[in-house]
Design a protein around this ligand. Structure first.
Ligand code: ATP
Length: 870
């Protein structure tokens, strides 16, 4: 086995030159770490563990993504070039087309790593390379690439761990037909809406607000009553990067134009963003009795109401009062406390922003949807870029959800790499000493089990009107406190608990969890927004939130009624609700994770493990302890072991023979284990196993088989080329012989015709000498009369020729002999003759030479016509 950028199994070990960690000698944690460190120092940021790619974030531009390098990774074998993210794209693409060991299958690329490890950058490179692989140059490919700035502006933000952190998860599906891209779809997961109203120290709101405030024209700033970024309470920790934001704003506008937002929609978007910013500035005060009211001396309420297209008095009451319907149907108004009113204000902002984001994704998906084929008929490659594992000083409900998603992905990895593989060894009767791995199933159970898991208990508590964050914590302590993965805060009444995740311990603070989980807007507030005169706000607020938390838009019928796009039974009101109750945020997230796992399980996965070399976002800084921790919790040592000792490829006998039949030594190979053995032996492969129903191969056998297959195919192409050339040469020789024969026949015909003309001419001269009263010869030297014998002779020659050329004796080949040719006109009409306009062209009129000259070209025309028809 060769490691393509220098290291070779068996050669003296040179740290930093082993491109595949499975070929490391004397593998231990330190050797592994030093190898990655040496590679990183040499800007070799990618390394393989068999078919898995490890990517260490360089935090600097490395010149390895040029067009030339991208071209090198289009096609070819895994081992042809150094490890690269482009090779992973190539593997997925070739796998989808069925050009690797398995038949054509949908593929997915699962990228994992903690926040700031490089997942989003990897995703962008993968998508770019996939579009390069299908040689996409159409508008669709450009659109797929260009929607990214739009998504990042609305969905990314600066955090302590990453300046451009994705605050939502995404699964990008590219759809293909015959290898060409036909469309794309973005599935979004759990946008971190809470960031809109509150950001931790040193963190920022979503990029789009800073871009808007720095990039909008003065007229638009005035229209939306906007000022500098320091004026908004939702925008803490802003930075003076005006020029950068202006550039990003322009990119945003370009992307919006390209996605096809019309002017009204763009205006709707900016007015919603401006409305949200103004909403955050609405001051809530307290009466002496503790009731909330809006400080009207500041103009924020009126401005917000104007921009959102709602009545300001209605907005005020919806922010400060709840309306409850009693069992008897009476409506009762209750005043909020200041705290409740502030929560209600922020809930409106979060709902508006969340729905705006959902609408944006909907618009993008409409643009990228395959036009003439249903998705079910297309092949697909999905790329999963989910928010990375987070462990801050203060961790809230959002971190719990983010870390749950990462637990789920780690579980998927473990299942695929360790569990299912080793179960299969058992089924196939392979003797195997089990490789143990850290199974995170107990942590997943702690989070997801029903009815006694953290999310289920949170849901239960969220249903109780009297529930508080502290009663939630008590409930958690009572029910899951005995789990070894759960520890509660040491101090009494502390709002803290700790979970031991696969990636380390994270301490969570339950403050505000019930409110965040309920994620509801009071019905009076929702109906106010649904009546908004701002068309976009009206649209997004009349959409429904699905069971997985996405926005389902409605479309209007011709009569103006609204319809959900969903099938009957999932119409408005039912969506996102369970037994009539709105699903909680935790419930929606749980559902969306389940659907995601189903999706990636249905495809053939490729894994990219992103590693963050330091927490300072610095280039050329490899912190050994930080990397060692990541290698440990991702189970890298065990992964290397299983890839080294195990059989990553397991192909059913029949499938294997069908795919590699041409490598066998005989033509009729049985589609069973004996057939497989014949092929493997003939191909000269070693280290394979035959199980009960499958051939078990090392991951590198894919390349070995592919290269053998390539050789056979090349040989077949050579043979085909030779045979085709031989056949073509034979055909040409035959055609040439035929043409020579035809030419000889034509000459014979011309000679015979010439002789006839000569005879006729002599006869005419002979007659003329005897009869001085005879008329002068007609043009071309032919007489007006042809004896029946002459005519028969001419016809005979023509027939012979037609016979020879295998032609029907149709009008084109027959000589139309007229009994009484009396004028030049009739001769001119004859297809067989050309117009005799140039009297002197053939020589003196009435001479033999003129007759012969006339006859030759005319007859040649005829022969050519005949040949053409032939
Ligand atoms: N291949 C690369 N080349 C150069 N810089 C990179 C590369 N990958 C990542 N980076 C740098 O690291 C930063 C963080 O990467 P990225 O946003 O992809 O992390 P992430 O894993 O997606 O984080 P999060 O989970 O927070 O979204 C990038 O903004 C970029 O500066």
């Amino acid at each position: 086995m060769q490691s393509s950028d220098g290291g070779r199994q068996g050669d003296a070990y040179v740290p930093g030159r082993v491109s595949d960690l499975t070929s490391l000698p004397n593998l231990d944690e330190d050797v592994l770490l030093q190898e990655l460190k040496a590679r990183y120092a040499a800007d070799r940021i990618y390394t393989y563990v068999g078919d898995i790619l490890v990517a260490v974030n360089p935090f600097k531009d490395v010149p390895i993504y040029t067009k030339e390098i991208s071209d090198k990774y289009c096609g070819g074998l895994h081992s042809d070039h150094p490890p690269h993210i482009f090779a992973t794209a190539n593997d997925a693409y070739q796998g989808m087309l069925g050009k690797l060991a398995a038949p054509p299958q949908d593929q997915c690329i699962v990228i994992s790593g903690e926040s700031g490890a490089g997942k989003t950058e990897s995703t962008k490179l993968l998508i770019r390379q996939l579009l390069q692989l299908c040689q996409g140059t159409s508008q669709l490919e450009q659109q797929i690439l260009q929607v990214n700035p739009l998504l990042e502006a609305f969905g990314n933000a600066q955090t302590l761990m990453n300046d451009n952190s994705s605050r939502f998860g995404k699964y990008i599906q590219l759809f293909f037909q015959n290898g060409a891209v036909k469309g794309a779809k973005i599935r979004e997961y759990l946008l971190e809406k809470s960031r809109l109203v509150q950001q931790a120290e040193g963190e920022q709101n979503f990029h789009v607000f800073y871009c808007m405030l720095n990039g909008l024209s003065p007229q638009n700033m005035e229209k939306y009553h906007l000022g500098g970024q320091q004026n908004y309470s939702y925008l803490k920790n802003f930075q003076e990067k005006a020029q950068q934001y202006r550039t990003q704003h322009q990119q945003l506008l370009d992307a919006m134009d390209m996605v096809g937002f019309d002017e009204e929609e763009q205006e709707g978007m900016f007015s919603t963003l401006a409305g949200v910013l103004h909403m955050g500035n609405i001051q809530i005060c307290s009466t002496d009795s503790g009731d909330a009211y809006v400080d009207r001396s500041a103009k924020d309420l009126n401005i917000t109401a104007e921009i959102l297209g709602v009545d300001s008095a209605d907005l005020e009451s919806s922010l400060t009062q709840s309306v409850v319907r009693t069992n008897k149907g009476e409506l009762i108004q209750r005043n909020y406390s200041v705290q409740q009113a502030l929560a209600s204000r922020d809930a409106v902002s979060k709902a508006l922003y969340g729905r705006l984001f959902g609408w944006l994704v909907n618009k993008i998906n409409q643009l990228l949807a395959p036009t003439d084929t249903s998705i079910a008929e297309l092949q697909q490659i999905g790329v999963l870029d989910i928010f990375g594992f987070e462990h801050f000083e203060h961790n809230s409900f959002e971190q719990l959800c983010i870390n749950l998603a990462n637990e789920q992905l780690q579980y998927f990895f473990n299942q695929h790499i360790f569990l299912l593989e080793q179960e299969e060894y058992q089924r196939e009767g392979v003797s195997w000493s089990t490789i143990t791995f850290t199974d995170n199933k107990p942590v997943l159970n702690l989070l997801l089990a029903r009815p006694i898991g953290i999310l289920a208990l949170l849901d239960e508590e969220s249903l109780f009107p009297q529930g508080t964050d502290l009663t939630l914590l008590q409930k958690l302590n009572q029910n899951v406190g005995s789990s070894p993965y759960f520890t509660t805060g040491k101090q009494a009444r502390s709002p803290l608990f700790t979970i031991t995740h696969y990636a380390g311990k994270v301490e969570y603070n339950v403050t505000g969890w019930l409110e965040k989980n309920r994620d509801t807007l009071p019905s009076n507030t929702m109906s106010l927004l649904q009546r908004s005169s701002n068309p976009l706000i009206n649209t997004i607020c009349n959409g429904s939130i699905t069971r997985t938390g996405t926005l389902a838009l409605q479309h209007k019928t011709s009569k103006g009624r609204r319809l959900s796009k969903r099938p009957v039974g999932r119409q408005i009101g039912e969506l996102g609700k369970k037994g009539g109750k709105q699903l909680t945020l935790g419930g929606q997230f749980k559902n969306s994770l389940a659907v995601l796992v189903e999706r990636i399980t249905a495809a053939r996965p490729h894994f990219v493990r992103c590693i963050k070399p330091n927490g300072l976002k610095q280039p050329n800084n490899f912190q050994e302890d930080e990397v060692a921790a990541q290698l440990k919790y991702t189970g890298m040592m065990e992964t290397i072991r299983i890839r080294r000792e195990g059989y990553a490829l397991r192909i059913p006998f029949q499938q294997f023979v069908q795919r590699y039949r041409s490598l066998g030594d005989i033509a009729s190979i049985p589609e069973d284990q004996h057939g497989c053995q014949r092929i493997l032996k003939a191909a000269g492969l070693s280290d394979w196993l035959i199980g009960k129903s499958k051939v078990l191969l090392k991951w590198w056998h894919t390349d070995e088989l592919a290269s053998r297959l390539q050789k056979v195919e090349l040989a077949a192409t050579h043979i085909q080329t030779g045979v085709r050339g031989l056949l073509a040469r034979r055909k040409v020789a035959h055609l040439r012989e035929l043409a020579n024969k035809q030419a000889a026949a034509a000459v014979t015909f011309l000679n015979q015709t010439e002789q006839l003309i000569e005879d006729a001419f002599q006869r005419q001269r002979h007659l003329a000498e005897r009869d001085e009263t005879a008329p002068p010869p007609v043009a071309g030297g032919m007489t007006a009369e042809m004896t029946p014998a002459d005519a028969a002779a001419v016809q005979q020659v023509a027939n012979n020729m037609a016979d020879y050329l295998h032609l029907p004796q149709d009008t084109e080949t027959q000589v139309d002999v007229k009994d009484n040719l009396s004028s030049d006109e009739e001769i001119v009409e004859d297809d067989f003759t050309g117009p005799i306009s140039s009297k002197n062209r053939w020589g003196k009129e009435g001479t033999r030479a003129a007759s012969v000259h006339w006859s030759r070209p005319s007859s040649v025309t005829c022969v050519i016509t005949v040949l053409k028809v032939g």
